[in-house]
Design a protein around this ligand. Sequence first.
Ligand code: KG4
Ligand code: ZN
Length: 340
Amino acid sequence: MLILGIESSCDETAASVVQDHRTIRSSVVSTQIEEHKKYGGVVPEIASRRHCENILGVVREALDRGGVKLSDLDGIAVTYGPGLIGALLVGVSFAKGLAMSCGKPLIPVHHLTGHIASNYLTHADLEPPFLCLVASGGHSHIVEVLSYTDFRIIGRTRDDAAGECFDKCARAMGFPYPGGVHIDKAAAKGAPKAFSLPHPVVAGSEFDFSFSGLKTSVINMLHNAKQKGIAIDRNDLSASLQSAIAEVLTEKTIHAAETYGYRKIALAGGVSANSGVRAALSEACRKRGYEFFMPEISLCGDNGAMIACQGSYDLLAGITADESLNAAATVSIEHKESTV
Ligand code: KG4
Ligand code: ZN
């Protein structure tokens, strides 16, 4: 089975051809980070315009590098949500036109299910059911992956996502956008216990996250220090923040695994690239004898291969869309696209 996957939900225009669910024939990612850096974050209109300019070239390159013609494909998978609406619309419209013109099935893929699927591309033996911590710029979910196409959320963030907390604190510390990776690098040179930061507890839900208190406390600490003329060591603050985020994500995920009886745990989403989160969750799993899976670094961020991989399982389950497919800025991972 050959699936073309197209991703344009944020600031990466990406396309990939995946064969038989798990073999990447090609993967092309065109990132806009340098342009958005000037503004300290993603500017939605600029993102849409760049997707519009780049998408044809990126898809053509993915097909060429994979040695695949449109007529060889079994389906065209595309991220339809969640994400920036203008950005998503570019990918959805493009995929729709392509699928309709070459008579191939159009497969609507939920972005977060794509992130989860990056684990299938890394671990040939991983199969559902398992528990997955999905932490990205927009989401922090603990998800039961019941099958390749059935998902249940058992914990979510009440406010900021983990990636958002990394990025906003990084910005306050003077790191360029996107800040998560800079915190990761600085943390390697700092002391994780240098600052005592709050470990947020969410009243009423043992599996939900809240990162806004942690973010505010870091920002306030930086403001107060600046007013008093005190220098704060960015490496130490980065290490303390990273360890607080990694601990909270790990504690709740392990607690969910114990409560729901999972012994197979996976990590996914942009934040899965964070070395502190990778180490903390893998160590907690190792101690308990749980199996632990995480994507290889190149598949942690947004890419087309994860969309093609998930799309191939969606197609098997009969999840396809017709020309009425629309993009959705917010849509739950539990939502099922209707089949045609
Ligand atoms: O999944 P993703 O690429 O895009 C969304 O779907 O949101 O996630 C992007 C997020 C950003 O917040 C980025 O700072 C964060 O993932 N991120 C990291 C690291 N690499 C990416 N956060 C912490 N440490 C990293 N190494
Ligand atoms: Zn993502």
